[in-house]
Structures are given as C-alpha cells and as structure tokens.
Design a binder for this molecule. Structure first.
Ligand code: ZN
Ligand code: ZN
Length: 69
C-alpha cells in the first residue's frame, strides 16, 4: 500500500532572519552571510569573505553577521 500524499515541509512560525551578503546583493544574488566585517561595515558570504582575505584585508575584524538597519 502506497501513500500518494505529497511530502509537506513543516512551516515553522519562528522568524528565521537570514542575513544576506551585501556584496552579492549588489549583484542581485542572495547568499547567506557568514561574517560581518567591522572595517568594511558589511556582511559577507563565504565566497566574498575568501575574496576579502585575498584582497589583503586580513586585519579586518570579523564577527557574526548582523542585520543591517
Ligand atoms: Zn557574497
Ligand atoms: Zn573588511
């Protein structure tokens, strides 16, 4: 006996705030940010963070991403 019911994804009511990468947003891409750079004052995704490091901003202070106000 098979069930033909579609799998329903549970929609939770808790507001999950996704913080997007600022650099990618300018490019019309929505990528979740993983860090916030206090010196650039922007949220960055993994990719941009890697680029950021390459561009010798190694001394920049980075923490968890923050929602921009
Ligand atoms: Zn990015
Ligand atoms: Zn920076």
């Amino acid at each position: 006996m098979t069930t033909n019911r579609p799998i329903q994804t549970k929609v939770e009511n808790s507001v999950v705030e996704i913080i997007w990468c600022d650099g990618c947003l300018e490019d019309d891409r929505k990528v979740e940010a993983i860090v916030y750079c206090h010196d650039c004052k922007e949220n960055q995704c993994e990719e941009c963070n890697t680029m950021h490091k390459i561009r010798r901003f190694l001394k920049h202070r980075r923490t968890d991403p923050k929602p921009s106000l």
